[in-house]
Design a binder for this molecule. Structure first.
Ligand code: DGY
Length: 323
């Protein structure tokens, strides 16, 4: 029996590339370059499965390719707002993602950003490396504690809950949240968290706001100028979700005007471009989309894709089918 032809759009962990190569007729992206729209279309024409990730823009125009051979987009990552799901369905493509396995790594990174921005860790490191540190003094780079503060979560799914657990049980934070569906004790377990009706209600109460909703669609610019103005001036905004959830230009204005204490960002509207206004601000911590970047998680994400592909080509429903 001939093996399905599959294409990985980026380099993946070695162990997963080996597993895929043993099971499928696998083409690797050996130089790891981001694929252009034309290359993605060629992939859709020539392979049975395309294995994209967040750096691939699979919008309606790319997916409108004539006579595609591909039948599945097995995405490497939990977020899939880079794929136009309606257009994928119209092209007869099944779409899968990799939920669950990156929850802890992403939650850890959200806490990293909270601590870094509140304790001014980025500022301190830049100062020290530049040879500008003049020694210990009582008023030097004084920050804010997490303990006793209120964390506001927007989007209380797996990652939002994991962040809330760490913040509450590890740092003694109070948690309020907004979520589309109502969550009760069955979902929240040992977490003492108050669900509020509107995003604005959370913004008004929180000392730290952490975003954990999907990107794209109605969530584009969910945090716009008006919602930034609804935050407390001493509050910090943390984004490990998707860049387009925040209006980056409005965030820069709010920070420049001192209407917000700071921000910790892992994701950006036009990755890998970062708004120059953000780069110029001291009270912003900027990481290059590292949420899931641990060895354990990146391998687990890949193995999740393997499970989805094997199920699909055996004629079963893939465990992580989203379309
Ligand atoms: C995810 O899995 O959504 C990560 O952000 C990488 O795409």
């Amino acid at each position: 029996m001939t093996h399905p032809r599959i294409l990985l759009t980026r380099r993946w962990p070695d162990a997963v590339e080996r597993t895929l190569s043993a099971r499928f007729d696998t083409t690797l992206n050996t130089d790891d370059h981001p694929l252009s729209a034309a290359e993605l279309q060629q992939a859709l024409r020539e392979y049975d499965a395309v294995l994209p990730t967040v750096s691939d823009r699979l919008d309606a125009s790319v997916l409108a390719v004539a006579s595609p051979r591909a039948r599945i987009l097995a995405n490497y990552g939990v977020g899939y707002s880079h794929i136009d799901i309606d257009a994928a369905r119209a092209a007869g493509l099944t779409v899968t993602n990799t939920p669950g396995v990156l929850t802890d790594s992403t939650a850890d990174l959200a806490l990293t950003l909270m601590l870094m921005v509140a304790r001014r860790a980025g500022e301190g490191e830049r100062e020290l490396r530049a040879g500008r540190w003049r020694g210990w003094r009582p008023t030097h780079l004084v920050g804010t504690r997490l303990g006793g503060k209120t964390l506001g979560i927007i989007g209380m799914g797996r990652i939002g809950q994991a962040v809330a657990m760490r913040a509450q049980h590890g740092f003694g934070m109070k948690v309020v949240f907004q979520n589309r569906s109502r969550l009760g004790p069955a979902q929240l377990g040992t977490l003492q968290a108050t669900q509020l009706e509107r995003v604005e209600d959370v913004l008004a109460q929180a000392d730290f706001v952490s975003l954990h909703c999907p990107g794209g669609g109605a969530n584009r610019h969910l945090i716009d100028a008006a919602r930034l103005a609804a935050m407390q001036p001493h509050a910090f905004l943390i984004n490990t979700a998707r860049g387009d959830v925040v209006d980056e230009a409005a965030l820069v204005h709010a920070l420049q005007a001192g209407r917000l204490a700071g921000a910790g960002l892992d994701v950006y509207e036009a990755e890998p471009q970062v708004h120059p206004g953000l780069l110029a601000l001291e009270n912003v911590v900027l990481l290059p989309h590292l949420g899931s970047a641990t060895r354990e998680t990146r391998v687990a994400m890949g193995l999740r894709v393997v499970d989805n592909l094997v199920a699909f080509f055996e004629g079963r429903t893939p465990p992580d089918k989203v379309a």
